[in-house]
Design a protein around this ligand. Structure first.
Ligand SMILES: [Zn+2]
Ligand SMILES: [Zn+2]
Length: 257
C-alpha cells in the first residue's frame, strides 16, 4: 500500500470528482491520503472529507500565500486540531516567491503554527519556497524539532535537506521529482535516508510523468514512488513499505482503518 502524504482533494478540480479520485486510489493501491488545509475558511471541507472516508486524514493550517484570509491565532488552531481525524498542523511555512517583499506577517503566522504543533503534539507540514534560510531559522528559533514534521513538496538543495534532517524532519517528494529536467532534485531523492522519506502528489497540481499537465490526483503518487525506486536502484516494494511506515511513524495520530 502507498500513501499520498499531501493532497488537496477539497479543491474544486478534485472535489467535483471525489468518487473517481477515490477509485483511482484504490486501483493503484494508494490506501490513504492526507488532505491538507490551506485556509481556515476552507477547513470544514477538508475535515468533512476525512470524516466521510475512513482512509482520508486532515490537517489544519493557513498557507503562507496571502494575508486576505482569516489569520489563525494559537487558540483557534488548537481548537480545530483537537479532532481525531486531524493528524497534522499545516500547511504552513514561508513563500517569498509569491510575496517578494518577505512580509513579517508570514513569519508571524509560521511561528504561530509551530507553537500550535508543539502544544498539541501533532507534526508540522512545512511549505518553503524561495525562503529556505528564513524557514530553517524560524524552525530553530521556535524549536520546531519538538513537534517534528515534514518539508513538503521538497524542491530545495541537498544542504537544505540536510539541515531539515538534522532538525528531525522528514522530506517529501512530489511529482516534480519525475520531471526530466529536475536533475538536482533527483540527486536529493537519492540522498535522503530511507527512513525519512515521504511521497505526495500535492494534487490537483504537479501531475507526475506520465500524466504531466493533467489534473493530478492522489492515486498517481505511485509514479513518484516508482521514480524514487528507480533513482535509488531499489525495488518499488521497499520504497512502498518504507514511505508507508514513515507516514504512520510521523503522523502518529493517523489510525489505520
Ligand atoms: Zn505547499
Ligand atoms: Zn499543498
Amino acid at each position: 500500500m502507498f500513501i499520498d502524504s499531501h493532497c488537496h482533494l477539497d479543491f474544486p478540480e478534485l472535489a467535483q470528482r471525489e468518487d473517481e479520485a477515490l477509485a483511482t486510489m484504490a486501483a493503484n493501491r494508494v490506501g490513504h491520503a492526507l488532505c491538507v488545509a490551506v485556509k481556515l475558511e476552507e477547513f470544514p471541507r477538508v475535515l468533512a472529507l476525512a470524516e466521510r472516508h475512513p482512509n482520508l486524514f486532515a490537517s489544519v493550517g493557513v498557507h503562507p500565500d496571502g494575508d486576505d484570509v482569516e489569520e489563525p491565532d494559537l487558540a483557534r488552531l488548537l481548537a480545530l486540531a483537537d479532532h481525531p481525524k486531524v493528524v497534522a498542523i499545516g500547511e504552513t511555512g514561508l513563500d517569498y516567491y509569491w510575496q517578494k517583499d518577505a512580509p513579517e506577517w508570514q513569519r508571524e503566522r509560521f511561528r504561530t503554527h509551530i507553537r500550535a504543533a508543539r502544544s498539541c503534539g501533532k507534526p508540522l507540514i512545512i511549505h518553503t519556497r524561495a525562503a529556505a534560510a528564513d524557514t530553517l531559522r524560524l524552525m530553530r528559533e521556535e524549536d520546531a524539532t519538538d513537534a517534528g514534521g515534514v518539508m513538503h513538496c521538497f524542491t530545495e538543495t541537498r544542504e537544505v535537506a540536510e539541515a531539515a534532517l538534522d532538525l528531525g524532519f522528514y522530506i517529501s517528494f512530489s511529482g516534480i521529482v519525475t520531471f526530466r529536467n529536475a536533475t538536482d532534485l533527483k540527486a536529493v531523492a537519492r540522498y535522503v535516508p530511507l527512513d525519512r522519506l515521504l511521497i505526495e502528489t500535492d494534487s490537483p497540481y504537479l501531475a507526475p510523468v506520465p500524466h504531466r499537465g493533467k489534473t493530478n490526483e492522489p492515486g498517481w503518487v505511485v509514479h513518484v514512488a516508482e521514480e524514487i525506486a528507480r533513482l535509488r536502484n531499489e525495488p518499488l516494494e521497499r520504497i512502498e513499505a518504507a514511505t508507508t511506515e514513515n507516514f504512520f511513524r510521523l503522523f502518529r495520530h493517523a489510525k489505520e482503518s
